[in-house]
Structures are given as structure tokens and as C-alpha cells.
Design a binder for this molecule. Sequence first.
Ligand SMILES: [Zn+2]
Length: 224
Amino acid sequence: MKDKLSPKKREQAALTRFPTPLSSKTPLPKEEKIEKIALHIRSIMEILGLDVENQSLKKTPERVASMYVNEVFSGLDLDAFPSVALFEQAADPTQSHQMVFTRVSLVSFCEHHLVPMIGSACIAYLPKDKIIGLSKLSRIARYFAARPQLQERLTSQIGDSLSTILGHNNVAVCITAKHSCVIARGAKDESAETTTLYTDGLFYTSIEHRKEFLDMVYAGVVPE
Ligand SMILES: [Zn+2]
């Protein structure tokens, strides 16, 4: 049986304990956002000394503005939180516990430089009486990734959101990502990778659960 999230729970799931610092101003309508951002991008290009009337550059301001609002920062819109349904599951009598584990690819944008961080997230939970559709785990991860982010915050937001949705905190999230701001500027280190780990409930208190999760993260396979 399907159990849809109530509007209140959906809102809580989108906000989380480690919130994105959102402005208290009322958000502008989408079209107005795109129009205003495009004007600013155009100014930046002009200040940099580019000919914004050049055939190749002419549409860049609108293209960037639309990409920000409709794609890479679309997760700033709280209403864009994916619709999630939980399914009742019959417990497997042969299992003392079961883990649901999924690995999804992620692209987010570092909030200090507004350039991409690219990697993957491993997300796990221990199902009790309810399970969540696997595709929803990637949708939740991608929703929070579509914001200017800190990798630490992104990891916690996915974990917190999943806990709110499931109604318990047996949740773990591990993200490994390469940051363009470390590769292309500053340290210029192409090999640097950052891993962040969120564990709560049994994944925090039980060494076995934590180990099982991390074995799957690093092996990429289901253990025997
Ligand atoms: Zn950065």
C-alpha cells in the first residue's frame, strides 16, 4: 500500500537540520529571476572585456540564467522537493535485519566558487515497516545537490531528509566528490577527492552496521 507524505512532512523533509542559508525575502517568480540574472551575467561578461554582441556569446547570459534557475539551482525552490510515497513491506522472516543501499552519481555546485563538484553518494537505511522507492533516493539526493552547496551540508541534508521521511534515523550517507575549485584553481590538484560521512541511529551506534555500510561503500558490492 502507498502512503504519500503529508504537505507538512514534505516541507520538513525539504528543510532539514542543517539548512541552506536562504534569504528571508519572498522569492521572485521564475521568469523574473531569469531576466534579472541574465542582465547581471551580461554585465560580468562586459566587465571582463568580452564582446557580448558576438554571435557565439550573445545568448550566453540567458543560457546561464535559465541553467541556474531551471537546472543546477532548482533545488532552492522548496516546492521542487520530489513527491515521495512509502510502501508497506512485509518483514523477511529469514533476516534479522536488512539494509537498503544505493549508489547514485551526483553533480552539485560549491557555494564558495559556484563551480561543479562531481561525485557519487552512497545512501543506506534499515527498513522497518516502510520502504521508499529506490528512484526516490536519487531524486532526493539530486534535489539537495541542485543548490549552491557545501559537501558536508549536502551529505547531512540527504540523511536528515531521509530520516524525516522514514520516521526513524537508521540512515547513512557517504559522498565522495571532486571539486572543480580545487582542480581548476587554488591548489590545482586534479587527484584530490573529498569524502563526507553521515551516520545516525544504528549506523552510528553499532560497529557492525557501520562496518557493513562502509564495506559496501568501498567495495561497491554486496558483502557475503
Ligand atoms: Zn569551492
